[in-house]
Design a protein around this ligand. Structure first.
Ligand SMILES: NC(=O)CC[C@H](N)C(=O)O
Length: 230
């Protein structure tokens, strides 16, 4: 697997991502600065990590989405390349139009930093094959703009096409308003693109890949990637 991790001014989870790939047994990724206009040849995965690109000015991810490297990422995705965006990475992907919808301010207008319940909705994406269908995970979130929204048609399409990869739930896997940390429509925590090769999610699987971090619920995501991209 040849992965690149993109860097924007204010990105802060790039090392966590690199460590998660290492723990899963993947080769070391390359880091690519946002002002580059091309991606290295032979890549099969581009990762947009979390952080506070451009200090979240304007809207989270809005300025990063206009970086030169995003044009290259768009071409890469158009050709079937795999892209993973976590937290600020998810925000950048929606702002760039690579995934539908938008991440708005959390319902309670507060920054949330804690573990949340997460239900695996789909195992038929290259990011989730190593999870059991319906598995309930506990994964950290750290965001103030994680409130996923989309218009009714888009939402119906995402649901109808089975593109909701993860939903917020409680420890028993129950999905309800009470188990929704940020107000996301349909408790949506992560979605995939039409071809299922672009995943955006707000929780941080890269921060839960070894027992010293408090658990390993995030590890299967990276193992799934390694299986898809041997
Ligand atoms: N951890 C992150 O990537 C944070 C994302 C974004 N800056 C927010 O607070 O919503």
């Amino acid at each position: 697997m040849h992965a690149a991790i993109l860097l924007f001014p204010g990105t802060n989870r790039e090392r966590d991502m690199a460590r998660a790939l290492e723990v899963a047994g993947a080769p070391a990724p390359v880091f690519v600065w946002h002002r580059e206009t091309t991606l290295p040849a032979g890549l099969d995965l581009v990762i947009l990590p979390g952080g506070f690109s451009y200090g979240d000015y304007l809207r989270s991810g809005a300025m990063a989405a206009r970086s030169p490297i995003l044009e290259a990422v768009r071409r890469f995705a158009d050709q079937g390349g795999m892209v993973l965006g976590v937290c600020n990475g998810f925000q950048i992907l929606t702002e760039a139009g690579l995934l539908p919808g938008a991440l708005m301010r959390n319902r309670d207008l507060r920054f949330i930093c804690r573990c949340v319940g997460l239900r695996v909705e789909r195992t038929d994406t290259p990011f989730t094959t190593r999870y059991a269908a319906g598995a309930v995970l506990s994964v950290p979130v750290a965001h103030h703009d994680g409130n996923y929204t989309a218009d009714d048609d888009t939402l119906a399409r995402l649901e109808g096409e089975g593109r909701v990869a993860f939903r917020y739930c409680d420890a028993a896997g129950v999905v309800s308003d009470a188990t929704n940390p940020n107000g996301s429509r349909g408790n949506i925590a992560g979605i995939v693109s039409e071809n299922r090769r672009v995943l955006g999610m707000m929780p941080h699987p890269e921060n839960l890949v070894e027992p010293a971090l408090g658990g390993i619920d995030g590890r299967p995501l990276f193992e799934s990637l390694l299986e898809a991209l041997p």
